[in-house]
Design a protein around this ligand. Structure first.
Ligand SMILES: CC[C@H]1O[C@@H](n2cnc3c(N)ncnc32)[C@H](O)[C@@H]1O
Length: 474
C-alpha cells in the first residue's frame, strides 16, 4: 500500500535508470550537468525567486507549439507584446499520454508542412538540449504546463533542461484527465516527480511545484479544490519540495472567488510545513468561453478584476480565442494585456466586498472537514488516506473522467452565482454546511420558480458561453 514517505536517493536513481534509455539517454539527465546549467541562469530567470519576490500580481499565459524556433518566438512575443511575467511551455497531448512515437510523427509533419501538427511542445522529443535552448533564448522563467498522469520522464527531461517549475500532481493530473490510472499508481509516479524536484532543491536549485486546482474546470466547489491542492502540496513537501504554488480556478462569483483564494492561502500556511514557501495562483475562468471575442474579453476582464481584489501571487490568463482552440500569439498576448489593464486600473483602489469573511470561514471549515476525513482514512498518512477517501467517496469531484473518483457530488450555482452542492454523495461535510448549501440553492429555485434539478446544472455549465453567469431558465 502506498505511503507518504520520502524516496531514498537509491530509489530515485533506480527509477531514473528505469524510465530513461528509449527516448532520452540516462546521461542526458545527469544531475551534476543539469545543476550546472540551472546555476548558469541569471536571477531574473529563476522561477521560484521571481515568484516569491513578486511585488505585484504576476501574469502568466499558457502556450506551446511543436517546433522549437516557433515556440521560442511565441514565448518571446508573449514576453514582449503580452508583458508576461512568467512563461509557460504547454506540452502536447501525445506527450501527456506518453505517446512519444506519435509526438515524433507530429513534430516531423509540422517541420515538413511548416505548420503546427501538435497542440503543444513535445519536450521529450526535443530532449534536454532542446529544452535548454528554449530556456537560454527566452528572457523570463519558464514552467512546464501539461496534464500528464505519468509525468516521470517529462519531469526528468524538462528539469534537466532548465525549466524550474512543474505543474500538476497525482490527483489533479489524474482525475480530470484519464481513466487509465488508479490514484495509488499516480501517487507513486508523482512521488518520483516531487523527489526529483526535491533533489534539485537540495542542490541549491529550487524547483517550484504547482498543483492544478481547476481540476475539471466545471463548477468545482472551492473547498474540494483547495483540499486536493493542499494534499498535493503536502505530498510534495515530504519529497523535499520547498516551493509550492496552490492553484484555484475562478468560478465567476466575486465574493466566493476572493474568499476562496484567501482561504487557500490560509489553509496552505496552516497545513504545509514552515520549510515550504507557499504562493497562490488564480486561473482565469476554466469553463466554456463565449465565442464572441468581445464577450471573451469581458470574462478575462472579470478574472483580472478578481485577481486585483484578492491579489494571488500570479494569475493564469486566457485569450479571446479560448472558445475556438489553441490561440494565436497575438490573441494570447491580447488576453495578457486585457488582464494587465484591469489589474493596473484597480491597483490603487481599496475595495471591500460584503460577505467575503463569512464565505471564507465556510470554505475553510469545509476544507478542514475534508482533510480530517483524509487523515482519518489513512491513519495519519495522507497518501493512504487520499486513496481510501476517494474509494469511500468522502473526497470526491464533480463529473470526473476517471473512475478513481465516485462523481457522486453535483454542483449548481446559487442565486448570486456561487457554486454549491445539490448532491453531496458521501463527502465529509458537516450537516450545518450542507444546510447552508441547500438553503442557498432553495432560494434560487424560488427565484426561478423551478425545482432544484440536474437541469440547473446543465444550464450553469453553458451559462458563461451563453453570455452570463447563472443558467437561468428560458
Ligand atoms: C487546461 C486547458 C487550457 O489550456 C489551454 N491550452 C492548451 N494547449 C494550449 C496551447 N498549446 N497554447 C495555449 N493554450 C493552451 C486551453 O486553451 C485551455 O485554456
Amino acid at each position: 500500500m502506498i505511503e507518504d514517505k520520502r524516496l531514498t536517493d537509491t530509489e530515485l536513481e533506480a527509477i531514473t535508470d528505469r524510465i530513461t534509455g528509449d527516448w532520452v539517454s540516462r546521461a542526458a539527465v545527469d544531475f551534476a550537468d543539469a545543476v550546472a546549467f540551472h546555476e548558469s541562469l541569471p536571477p531574473h530567470k529563476r522561477f521560484a525567486a521571481v515568484l516569491e519576490n513578486a511585488e505585484a500580481v504576476l501574469c502568466q499565459p499558457r502556450a506551446g507549439v511543436p517546433r522549437l524556433d516557433e515556440h521560442v518566438e511565441l514565448l518571446q512575443h508573449l514576453d514582449e507584446e503580452g508583458g508576461a511575467d512568467l512563461l509557460p511551455t504547454t506540452i502536447d497531448s501525445y506527450t501527456r499520454d506518453n505517446a512519444y512515437e506519435k509526438a515524433a510523427e507530429g513534430l516531423a509533419r509540422s517541420r515538413e508542412t511548416d505548420s503546427s501538427e501538435l497542440n503543444g511542445f513535445p519536450a521529450v522529443n526535443h530532449g534536454v538540449e532542446g529544452c535548454r535552448e528554449v530556456v537560454r533564448r527566452v528572457d523570463a522563467p519558464v514552467q512546464v504546463r501539461h496534464g500528464t498522469p505519468d509525468a516521470r520522464l517529462l519531469a526528468a527531461v524538462t528539469l534537466a533542461g532548465g525549466f524550474q517549475s512543474f505543474e500538476g500532481g497525482p490527483i489533479t493530473y489524474n482525475l480530470p484527465y484519464t481513466s487509465a490510472y488508479d490514484l495509488e499508481t499516480t501517487i507513486e509516479y508523482w512521488q518520483y516527480v516531487d523527489r526529483l524536484c526535491g533533489a534539485y532543491t537540495e542542490r541549491g536549485v529550487t524547483i517550484n511545484r504547482e498543483p492544478f486546482g481547476p481540476l475539471t474546470g466545471t463548477l468545482v466547489p472551492p473547498s474540494i479544490a483547495i483540499a486536493i491542492v493542499t494534499i498535493e502540496g503536502l505530498l510534495a513537501a515530504t519529497q523535499g519540495v520547498r516551493s509550492v504554488t496552490l492553484g484555484y480556478g475562478q468560478v465567476g462569483n466575486l465574493v466566493q472567488d476572493v474568499a476562496a483564494v484567501r482561504a487557500m492561502a490560509a489553509i496552505g500556511a496552516e497545513y504545509l510545513p514552515d520549510s515550504v514557501t507557499v504562493t497562490t495562483v488564480l486561473h482565469q475562468w476554466m469553463g466554456g468561453f463565449p465565442r464572441d471575442e468581445a464577450r471573451a474579453h469581458g470574462v478575462i476582464g472579470l478574472a483580472g478584476a478578481t485577481a486585483a481584489l484578492v491579489e494571488p501571487t500570479k494569475v493564469i490568463t486566457k485569450s479571446p480565442q479560448e472558445a475556438v482552440g489553441v490561440p494565436t500569439a497575438e490573441s494570447n498576448a491580447a488576453g495578457l494585456r486585457t488582464t494587465d489593464q484591469v489589474l493596473r486600473m484597480l491597483d490603487e483602489q481599496s475595495i471591500t466586498l460584503d460577505g467575503v469573511d463569512r464565505e471564507q470561514a465556510l470554505i475553510e471549515r469545509s476544507v478542514r472537514s475534508l482533510l480530517d476525513a483524509v487523515y482519518e482514512a489513512g491513519d495519519g498518512d495522507i497518501a493512504r488516506g487520499t486513496v481510501r477517501a476517494f474509494d469511500a467517496g468522502t473526497l470526491d469531484i464533480p463529473f470526473p473522467p476517471s473512475d478513481a473518483a465516485a462523481g457522486d457530488v453535483l454542483p449548481a450555482r446559487d442565486d448570486d452565482g456561487r457554486v454549491r452542492l445539490l448532491k453531496f454523495g458521501a463527502v465529509a461535510l458537516d450537516d450545518e454546511t450542507k444546510r447552508i448549501h441547500r438553503a442557498r440553492l432553495d432560494r434560487r429555485a424560488d427565484t426561478e420558480g423551478r425545482e432544484l434539478s440536474f437541469r440547473m446544472v446543465a444550464d450553469d455549465v453553458s451559462a458563461v458561453s451563453d453570455g452570463r453567469l447563472i443558467g437561468r431558465p428560458g
